[in-house]
Structures are given as C-alpha cells and as structure tokens.
Design a protein around this ligand. Sequence first.
Ligand SMILES: [Zn+2]
Length: 120
Amino acid sequence: MNQEQLTYFKNILENWLHELLHHADDSVGGLLVSESSMPDMLDRATFEAAHDFKLRILDRESILINKIRQSLTDIENGEYGICQICGGDISIERLKARPVAHQCIKCKTRMEAKERLTGT
Ligand SMILES: [Zn+2]
C-alpha cells in the first residue's frame, strides 16, 4: 500500500474513532443523568432493561474502538492491510468496505465456513 492510501485510511479511522468516542461520552453522560434523576415510581424493571441495553451498545462500541486503535497502530508500524493469518495483502476494496479488517477475504471466508461447521 502506498503512502497516499495509508493516509487515506488513517483519516477514515481517526474520524471514525473520534465520532465513536464522542458518542460514547454522550451515552455515558445520559446514563448517569437518567440514573440520578430517576423518579421513584418508575418501573425498576423497565429502567434496568434500558440500562442493560445501553451498556450492551457501549460494549459493542468499545470492541470497535479497540479494533480501530489496533488498525491505527498497524498503520504506524507499516502492518496495515496485511492479513494476520496468511500474511498476504488485504485488498483495497475490502479495506474501503471494512477499514478495520485484519484478515484477507480468503482467510475470512475460510474462518466463517469453519465457524458455521463447528457452530461456534
Ligand atoms: Zn489471509
């Protein structure tokens, strides 16, 4: 991958990370406010379900945030766009669709086929 392409993906990843971090701040802030100002008569179960749901979203976001950070580190180390499994190049088209991809399409497809077979 050339320098121009690396800069292109670095920009995408940094903007994405910024958006996610900003959004996560909002969610956590909203969570704290709704918790402290919750009226006593509010259905506790309903509140807890909403709380769990928010935490699950935050959880999923933090996994994505870690993946983005990993990709940015890869760019720094010159390892971005290289498949973790076979060491081959991940195609630009694939990275454009999924900038945090760490496997080439061949390895990813093989992995998913295996997951389907073993049911994990
Ligand atoms: Zn591969």
